[in-house]
Design a protein around this ligand. Structure first.
Ligand code: FUB
Length: 470
């Protein structure tokens, strides 16, 4: 894993003092909380634009003072290139560097952002969230407000009813830009209401009217986070639906719609009311980038960006995704029991771990992301349930259970085991707590417990095999 901090941003540089922390498994950025990813590819390099979540653990709303830009040429090593403060939009206010997307067009870069503007002083109409657009000759440096004013007045669109009782609206957020093969650019955006408009050739002004979009057959409510992409001649609109948010998608044969609902892409994210997806095409493969609450002490306002492979069915529909701890570069592992080799360790949505046979419909809950939280003597491991990133198997108070990482060193130690030669068979493994070497993981009556094996049967029960699942 390489971590570097490369470029500075002249006038837009803000205080970045820590090295960029990034890793290939999920979350892909670990040194800070990041949200609302958007990616573009330029000169063979991926540029990832994210909001920097700075809310405290007790915080009850988003605090986003700046956007951060990372880059990578292998999707494994991410370099923090710099940060652009919300204040490049001088007419905006608050810590409102919400979701954004940048694109390259005719040799220039255009970055469509969400920011908040003041409420009108005369009390006429609403202020609130709106769209800003910045322009630059470079994907990282030199971003300047292209218009010196918002792309639209929030009063030009009619907010959803639940916003009308407020002094500000937030229906004009989350822009996504799409440039079609004929060079026509489209901007989609919205919260509760979904809008789109064509862009003029100058990429910074609307060309014609703003349309309100309906998604035909949608079984829920459009929430936010639209993203448009194209694949083999079909157009895809992915978005967040309902609240807490599920990620879903619709398809069309035109970037202007009509859009037909096609299904859910991801269920509600554990511990986060929002997610927000981007689709990346890079070196012949496609990726789904989104945010979760998986970093220790994460939550609704302390999110972290993750990545999965995006795959299609033969009919062009998208295969449903599951948030994983292993991400795009690691293989998840299964933990097979020596005492009954048909049995594997499995987690659920609570604290318990059981050992049972696999069912035909099993996809995930026997998979673990195996990586040490505490490196000690070269043979330590920690176990994260593959689809509960941020949760770990811990040995504490004499019990083995699944618990959310609280960010403390004590937690990390409790979630770390020494991997030793199998007590019943040296070709297999046994695992004992690094905090209490008498406490081994073992299976009793189909449940995972901690114990100190002293019979042949107990030594078998404390013996496992770690095997790749794919
Ligand atoms: O990050 C602030 C807001 O939360 C974004 O604009 C929405 O998409 C949601 O992720």
């Amino acid at each position: 894993m390489a971590t570097t901090f490369k470029r500075t941003l002249g006038a837009t540089l803000v205080g970045l003092t820590c090295a960029a922390g990034a890793q290939a498994d999920n979350p892909i950025i670990t040194e800070r909380f990041t949200a609302d990813p958007a990616a573009l590819v330029h000169d063979g390099r991926v540029y990832l634009y994210v909001g920097h979540d700075e809310a405290t653990e007790e915080g009850d709303f988003f605090v986003l003072k700046e956007w951060n830009i990372y880059s990578s040429d292998n999707l494994e090593d991410w370099t923090l290139e710099g940060a652009v403060p919300r204040t490049i939009f001088e007419w905006a206010e608050h810590d409102s560097a919400w979701a954004s997307q940048a694109t390259e067009h005719d040799g220039k870069f255009y970055w469509y952002t969400t920011v908040r503007m003041p409420e009108p002083e005369d009390g006429e109409g609403m202020g609130g969230y709106t769209l800003g657009v910045a322009v630059s000759d470079d994907p990282v440096t030199g971003w300047k407000d292209a218009l010196g004013e918002p792309m639209l007045d929030p009063n030009e669109t009619e907010p959803a009813e639940h916003m009308i009782e407020h002094s500000h609206s937030w229906d004009d957020i989350d822009p996504t830009v799409f440039v079609d093969h004929d060079g026509q650019a489209y901007l989609y955006w919205g919260n509760s209401h979904l809008y789109y408009a064509k862009l003029k050739d100058n990429m910074i002004e609307f060309d014609g009217e703003i349309h309100r979009v309906d998604i035909e057959g949608m079984p829920g409510t459009f929430t936010e986070a639209p993203w448009i992409h194209e694949h083999e001649g079909m157009y895809y609109l992915t978005f967040a639906m309902n609240y807490p948010e599920e990620l879903a998608y619709a398809m069309s044969d035109s970037p202007a719609g009509p859009w037909e609902y096609k299904g859910k892409l991801m269920e509600v994210i554990e511990d986060s009311g929002t997610s927000h997806q981007a689709i990346l095409k890079y070196e012949g493969k496609q990726y789904f980038i989104y945010h979760t609450a998986a970093l220790p002490t994460g939550g609704n306002f302390r999110r972290s960006v993750s990545m999965e492979h995006l795959r299609y069915n033969a009919d062009g529909t998208i295969k449903k995704l599951t948030p994983t701890a292993s991400g795009i570069t690691h293989a998840a592992q299964a933990l097979q029991s020596f005492a009954d080799t048909d049995h594997y360790l499995r987690y659920g949505s609570d604290e318990a771990v059981s050992a049972t046979g696999l069912e035909a419909e099993d996809h995930y809950n026997f998979k673990w992301h195996v990586k040490a939280l505490v490196e000690q003597g070269g043979n330590t491991v920690s176990f994260q349930p593959e689809t509960r990133p941020g949760y770990y198997l811990v040995a504490e108070d004499g019990e083995a259970s699944i618990v959310e990482h609280d960010g403390t060193d004590a937690f990390a130690r409790n979630a770390t085991f020494e991997q030793v030669s199998g007590l019943a068979d040296g070709d297999w493994s046994s695992f004992r707590s690094i905090e209490n070497k008498d406490h081994y993981l073992m299976v009793k009556d189909g449940e995972l417990i901690l114990g100190n094996p002293d019979s042949a049967a107990e030594r078998k029960a404390a013996t496992f095999q770690v095997t790749p699942t794919e």
